[in-house]
Design a protein around this ligand. Structure first.
Ligand SMILES: Nc1ncnc2c1ncn2[C@@H]1O[C@H](COP(=O)(O)OP(=O)(O)OP(=O)(O)O)[C@@H](O)[C@H]1O
Ligand SMILES: [Mg+2]
Length: 238
């Protein structure tokens, strides 16, 4: 069950490309097991924020706490790599499947670097849940966009990370496929997974605990975690 302890906290975090401020002193607190959607115009910094949360991009100033530990302050590339492997599942907007590997080999790929053996049964169960088991032996050039997206999702979830970051996961999918992916995400959330999802889909926004809008390098109205979550808590208490 979700707890109210923040798994992720940003404090006055800023990021610049050259002299251009992309994120300006952002504060954010994400409880474990929460589902947050991030919206905003093209170029507003959504992917940049996701890369920072994923340990891929060092902020200019401010702090990123993950389970109360400072992520960027002391860690170099090696430490950040370890952090990513252990904690982060990342679904890239363009899938990034390796064309010379089959669906199953693509999904298994992250385990090659982790030294962790993945049970064949678990792998197949995940593929079945995502509706791609029947395409296990196919190559990325022979699968549909929706199947490629679900393959990338299975790969992001392979190492059972506590946090999953998704960049426009259903951008090019039909509504039925979108619904099936969101249903898998909601189940994982129930099991304690923390989700941050960049999306403009009304459907996803409605399924999320809250929606943050990035504009002019800040969240419009700030981080509204408290306000949005309080009614839910009251409901369960009555
Ligand atoms: N490596 C880079 N160097 C300089 N500027 C960059 C770099 N990467 C991104 N930008 C710029 O930073 C801004 C924020 O980019 P970002 O990719 O975070 O936007 P976004 O909100 O994800 O947009 P979209 O909805 O189009 O994906 C954009 O104006 C982009 O052109
Ligand atoms: Mg983007």
């Amino acid at each position: 069950m979700p707890t109210q302890d923040p798994i992720i906290e940003l404090k006055k975090l800023s990021f610049l490309y050259g002299k251009r401020t992309i994120l300006n002193e952002i504060d954010l607190s994400l409880p474990q097991g929460s589902f947050t959607t991030i919206a905003g115009e093209s170029g507003s910094g959504k992917s940049t924020l996701l890369y920072i949360l994923g340990g891929f991009l060092r902020p200019a100033s401010g702090e990123y706490f993950f389970q109360n530990r400072k992520v960027y302050r002391w860690w170099g590339e090696w430490g950040l790599g370890r952090f990513r492997k252990k904690n982060i599942g990342f679904l890239f907007q363009d899938f990034r499947l390796l064309p010379f590997l089959t669906v199953e080999q693509n999904i298994r790929f992250p385990s090659l670097f982790s030294g962790v053996r993945i049970e064949k049964d678990r792998l197949r169960q995940n593929m079945e849940k995502l509706g791609i088991l029947h395409r296990a032996k196919a190559y990325p050039t022979a699968i549909s966009g929706g199947e490629a997206q679900r393959t990338a999702l299975a790969r992001a979830l392979l190492m059972a990370p506590p946090v999953l970051l998704l960049d426009e996961p259903t951008g090019n999918l039909d509504h039925e496929t979108e619904k099936s992916i969101v249903s898998v995400l909601k189940t994982l959330q129930q099991e304690g997974l923390t989700l941050v999802c960049v999306s403009h889909s009304e459907y996803i926004m409605n399924k999320a605990d809250r929606v943050l809008h990035l504009k002019d390098a800040s969240f419009i109205g700030g981080d509204t975690t408290e306000k949005k979550q309080r009614p839910k808590k009251q409901r369960s208490e009555t």
